[in-house]
Each structure stands twice: as structure tokens, then as C-alpha cells.
Design a protein around this ligand. Structure first.
Ligand SMILES: Cc1ncc(COP(=O)(O)O)c(C=O)c1O
Length: 386
């Protein structure tokens, strides 16, 4: 009998898929499970993609990506954060942030190495650590602390085996953000240890209420810091598969070796379109964020008005992570109940780590009308619960 590799037994399949397979079979379901903007990429970016195909960008690009794209990325970081990255040696373009996280973990983790990952957190982190034969160590992100990292928890969890820490603000699944001061406190804990800091900042543009995103490289020791970013969410271009890694040359070299053997290079015509996306007008991005902000307000006030939900107001990304314990169910039971009774699909919180057991993730990457209708349906069925 042919068996899958041993290491796959550590990587449980995503329950999100299961939930959405169930939802597919039901008519008239409103999905609040979506992890991608319901927008199209800006028109001028789509045109640039088409032009790139016409102009023959259909072959391999350099492993690290076209130099012109790496220059555009470097310009962006210089202009936005005052950070200087050498496009020749300090930037690698990857097939999505998903590949970036895989590359980074494969490049540095040895069997038994411990990696601090947020709990709840994006589900690729612990899976990718397992795939690298490492051990994920969960940093509990508590509701009472607005799902931010508590530096005391980090201090307690560090052992001589800790090799890496992955953080993600604005956060999937909680929508939480951290201020410069709060992030600095985390960096201070790490300072005296040989720990690589990986900051996944794919939601950097999705911040609200005047919050200003801080790139971790602005405050963390540069020689230990790896930044992951992606065009997927910012330009509503999840299918382009264009993301990038920023790190000092010494840190990037092992990552480049993995990247070369995983994908060789990211999608070539999409890289050309990415240059236009980064250097062109950003109006469409601003409009999209404004729309997400309006929806955030609708969903947050709607949930707060339904008795039983406990809601920490998200300040970033496009997710809310309400506590549903008062309904007398865990996140899985609650999601199944909502799907069956209200035809509303949400994601059970424990998909994002053990501490998400009594939560669900709600995405507001869907129209205001659908959000209002989903809230109406939820209220109707949840009122019946004693
Ligand atoms: C926190 C986070 N990081 C990375 C990714 C990966 O995105 P992509 O591979 O499309 O760049 C996602 C996608 O949902 C995400 O939520």
C-alpha cells in the first residue's frame, strides 16, 4: 500500500475547506468565511498583466524575481517606512505569502527547534513549522488583552530551543493590531536571544480608526528580522500569487535556496503587473479600505446588538473574532448550527489554534447587503437559544 509521508500526519487538513464544502451543497448560503477581498484588482493592473503576456513575459524570471519589481518593492519600503533594502540582495519575490512562510521555516528550522506562533493565528504557521520538523509553541493571544501579544508570555515561553517567532499584525483571524510601543516591548524580550523574528504583514494596508501600521523592521534588530508581505490582499489579487520577503543578505541567502527548489520563480507576467500595482495610483486601494471600514462598523455593531456575542472591536484586516461561549456551544458546534439554521457560514475559531475553541471567525469581505442579511438571520436563530 502506498502511504503518505509520516510528516503529513502532523498536518491536519484545514477544517475551513470542510465547512465550505458543506456550504456548497446548500442553496442561499451567505458565506462570511472568505479570506480574500471581494474586489477586482485595479483596472490598470489587469491591463498591465495582459500587456505583459502580449509582450512575451511567459518564460522564467530570475529566481528572486525581476529586478525591476524588486526595485519597486524597495522604493515602497523606502517611501513608506524609511527602510532601505537592497533590491539585488535583500528581496525575494515568492508565489504568495504562503510560499514565503514555507520558505522561511524550511530555511531555518531543524528537528526539535521551537517556533513561537500566535494562537489564534493564521493556520499556515504551525503547519509549516511541523513540515520543517519543528515544534510550534503557541503564544496565547487573549481576548482581555485585545488579542495582542503580552511580552510576559513571550518571556515565559522562550527556551534554549527557541529558534524563531512568527507574528502577524494586523491579524488573521482576530483583526487585532499592535502599536509601536507594544511591539517594542516584544522586541526588547527577544533582544538578548538568537531568535529570528518573522513578521507577516500582508494586511498592512487594512487598518482603521487612525491606526498607523508599524513595519517590524522599523524597530526590531535588522539582522534578525524577516518581513513577509503580499500583493494578494492589498490589490485584491490573490490569484496573481505575488508576495515577497525582505531580509538582510545573510538571512535571505538560505531562503533563496529553498525558494529556488520550491517554485524557481513567481508567476512572470504577474510580476510585471505587480510593478504597475506598486508604482501606479493607489486610489483603488484606498477606496477598498474605506469600504471595508464601513462594513467593519456594520458587522461590529450588528454582532454587539445580538445578545450572547462578546466582541473585541477589530482595528485591522477584515475579520472579527467574537466569543460565542454564552450560546452554550463551542465554535465548531456553533458554526454548524449557524450553517444549518441560518444558512450563514463562519469559520470555527479552533482552526486557528487551540485557544480559539469558543470563538468563530467572521470575514466581512462581502457586500453590506449580505452582511446585514447575515446579521438578521443570525439574530433570528440565536434568539431562540436559551
Ligand atoms: C496572515 C496571512 N498571511 C499570509 C497569507 C497568504 O496569502 P497569499 O499566499 O495569498 O499571499 C494569508 C492569506 O489568507 C494570511 O491571512
Amino acid at each position: 500500500m502506498i502511504r503518505a509521508s509520516e510528516r503529513l500526519s502532523m498536518v491536519r487538513p484545514s477544517g475551513i475547506r470542510k465547512m465550505f464544502d458543506l456550504a456548497q451543497g446548500l442553496p442561499d448560503v451567505i458565506s462570511l468565511g472568505i479570506g480574500q477581498p471581494d474586489f477586482k484588482p485595479p483596472l490598470h493592473v489587469i491591463e498591465a498583466y495582459k500587456r505583459a503576456l502580449d509582450e512575451g513575459y511567459c518564460g522564467y524570471s530570475p529566481n528572486a524575481g525581476y529586478l525591476e519589481l524588486r526595485k519597486a518593492i524597495a522604493e515602497r519600503y523606502e517611501n513608506k517606512y524609511g527602510l532601505t533594502y537592497d533590491p539585488e540582495t535583500e528581496i525575494c519575490v515568492t508565489a504568495g505569502g504562503s510560499e514565503a512562510i514555507y520558505d522561511v521555516t524550511q530555511a531555518f528550522i531543524d528537528p526539535g527547534d521551537e517556533v513561537l506562533v500566535p494562537d489564534p493565528g493564521f493556520l499556515y504557521y504551525d503547519r509549516d513549522v511541523y513540515l520543517a520538523h519543528g515544534k510550534p509553541v503557541y503564544i496565547p493571544l487573549k481576548e482581555e488583552n485585545e488579542f495582542k501579544i503580552d511580552p510576559n508570555d513571550v518571556a515565559e515561553l522562550i527556551t534554549p530551543k527557541t529558534k524563531m517567532m512568527i507574528i502577524n499584525f494586523p491579524s488573521n483571524p482576530t483583526g487585532s493590531v499592535m502599536s509601536r510601543k507594544e511591539l517594542k516591548a516584544i522586541c526588547e524580550i527577544i533582544e538578548d536571544h538568537d531568535i529570528i523574528l518573522v513578521s507577516d504583514e500582508v494586511y498592512e494596508e487594512f487598518v482603521y480608526d487612525g491606526h498607523k501600521h508599524v513595519c517590524l523592521a522599523e524597530i526590531a534588530p535588522r539582522e534578525k528580522t524577516i518581513i513577509v508581505n503580499s500583493l494578494s490582499k492589498t490589490y485584491a489579487a490573490t490569484g496573481f500569487r505575488i508576495a515577497y520577503i525582505l531580509a538582510e543578505k545573510e538571512l535571505l541567502l538560505p531562503i533563496l535556496r529553498i525558494h529556488q527548489y520550491v517554485t524557481a520563480n513567481a508567476n512572470s507576467p504577474a510580476q510585471i503587473a505587480a510593478i504597475t500595482a506598486l508604482r501606479g495610483p493607489q486610489d483603488a486601494v484606498k477606496e477598498m479600505i474605506a469600504e471595508f471600514n464601513a462594513r467593519r462598523k456594520i458587522i461590529v455593531s450588528g454582532l454587539k446588538s445580538i445578545k450572547g456575542f462578546r466582541v473585541v472591536e477589530p482595528k485591522g484586516a477584515f475579520y472579527v473574532f467574537p466569543n460565542i461561549k454564552d450560546f452554550g456551544m463551542d465554535g465548531k458546534e456553533f458554526s454548524e448550527y449557524l450553517l444549518k439554521e441560518a444558512k450563514v457560514a463562519v469559520v470555527p475559531g479552533d482552526e486557528f489554534g487551540p485557544s480559539g475553541k469558543y470563538y468563530v471567525r467572521i470575514s466581512y469581505a462581502t457586500s453590506r447587503e449580505k452582511l446585514r442579511e447575515a446579521l438578521r438571520r443570525m439574530e433570528e436563530v440565536l434568539e431562540k437559544i436559551e
